[in-house]
Design a protein around this ligand. Structure first.
Ligand code: GAR
Length: 209
């Protein structure tokens, strides 16, 4: 059974997709053992509690320095003894100690087709604003392992979504979530839980696809 900790900052619709995936059997051999938010008002925490998943807030605001916050975050994650950390809209820079401790055991969902619209400053709605400003016709989402760079780790799954005439950033964000994020994030977890993903020379490979 793959033990998963999900890190969140906001609404938690991706967390919900994981919860539903586990319940509905799309994700097998997986248990969500904890949810951690950096923001005590995140609706994601409510979703966790409603589903009887242990949830806690570790906020930088509660600690005297970033180093102490980083330490507390890693401690909180370690307490759940996870096999996999899932960043599901977690808008915090991941401490290097955590990246090293969970190499190839931490994944992130990013709302673009990496390497487009990713890296520093590209998160949440900003990604969709940038895509519309550039006038691209196809966008999408990516699930990747987390390494030391921003959105640079081995890519596991990607899914494309079409831009439609008259899209606002909010409309595009919603379509990317519905058609891509909520599908490929549960799918990636299922593949990892069932031993189908391995990393070699900085690239992720999937068996039997
Ligand atoms: C999602 O669109 C996710 O891809 C994005 O934040 C949103 C969180 O929504 N993540 C990033 O931009 C990371 N760089 P949610 O809280 O409803 O899952």
């Amino acid at each position: 059974m793959l033990k998963v900790v999900v890190l969140v900052s906001g609404g938690g619709t991706n967390l919900q997709a994981i919860i539903d995936g586990v319940k509905g059997g799309v994700i097998r051999n997986t248990k969500i053992v904890g949810v951690i938010s950096n923001n005590k008002n995140a609706y994601a925490l409510e979703r966790a509690r409603e589903n009887h998943i242990p949830a806690k807030c570790i906020s930088p605001k509660d600690y005297e320095s970033r180093d102490v916050f980083n330490e507390k975050l890693l401690e909180a994650v370690n307490e759940y003894e996870p096999d996999l950390i899932v960043l599901a809209g977690f808008l915090v820079v991941i401490p290097p100690e955590m990246i090293a401790a969970y190499r190839n055991r931490m994944i992130n969902i990013h709302p673009s087709l990496i390497p487009a619209f990713c890296g520093k400053g590209y998160y949440g709605l900003k990604v969709h604003e940038a895509a519309l400003a550039r006038g691209v016709k196809v966008v999408g989402a990516t699930v990747h392992f987390v390494d030391e760079g921003t959105d640079t780790g081995p890519i596991i799954l990607q899914k494309a979504v079409e831009v439609e005439q008259g899209d606002t950033p909010e409309m595009l964000q919603r379509r990317v979530m519905e058609q891509a994020e909520w599908k490929i994030l549960p799918e990636a977890i299922h593949l990892i839980a069932n031993g189908k993903v391995h990393v070699e020379n900085g690239h992720a490979f999937i068996e039997n696809l």
